[in-house]
Design a protein around this ligand. Sequence first.
Ligand SMILES: [Zn+2]
Ligand SMILES: [Zn+2]
Length: 290
Amino acid sequence: MAYCDTAKINKTRIIFNQKYKNIVSDARVIHKISYQKLIDENTAASLREYLDMNYDNIDICAYGKFTKPDYYAFTISLCFDQSILEKYDNWEDLSKTEIQNVSTLSRPHDSQCCCGQHITEVYTFNGGYTSAIVGNVCMEKSNITNISVLEKLSKIRKEKSLDKKRKRLTEEDKTQVWYKNERRCLGTNDRICNRRISRKEPYWKSRCIHCHKNTKKTQEKTQETKKAETNCDIDGDKNSSSNFWKDMWDSFDIQEQPHNVPIGTRQQCYWTDGMRIHRVKQSDGSWKYN
Ligand SMILES: [Zn+2]
Ligand SMILES: [Zn+2]
């Protein structure tokens, strides 16, 4: 059962042969999978139905209905250009060679992986032809051996879990005796800080000196990288002030309001002492804070 061994590599029972590649090719036409289209939740759902309909036309290495890993593999196949699929005759070679171009993007809202599973950690998988919405479980299970993709995933996960912890602490802090006169240091992107800052300090002093220095260092580093990449000047002040408000928003938006909203959407969250943070969605997808 050599076929099955290679099929397992990508955690699917679908055998990657010409029959299968033809089904993928037909699906592109029938479901209008055009270049750079995002395979959204609705398209993914109809693709799963399409795969079910073609059960008898596809070779699988173990009997039984299609399951999530099979739906996932099918969607991922559609993310590549057909000419790329045609180059390979097994899943192992395809995934080792071509799943190097995956990009991960965090999309912070409840969603559904292309396999049909409900997910809260949302990424987009980009195969160069088109992209699909995927969850961390499928990403990690699908033999993505590219170190930079794995590192990116683990970084995003770490930041998210810190965000959750921050939000919980913000709630806990409100019940503390000191909360009336002090606030917690915002910490750094990768660290929660236990130091406290007196409320007599100006509001922009949101970090202790230690965290302030660390954040500044990281920002300078990011700016240096950006400068090197784009070879143009970056308005440092503008950059750090928008980072500042974004940090504040992330720390104080207890309701976890959606980020993915129409242009012009206004949101606000409670900050402190009757002050609120406001933000408006811009046409380029960013937020303007004040
Ligand atoms: Zn999935
Ligand atoms: Zn600190």
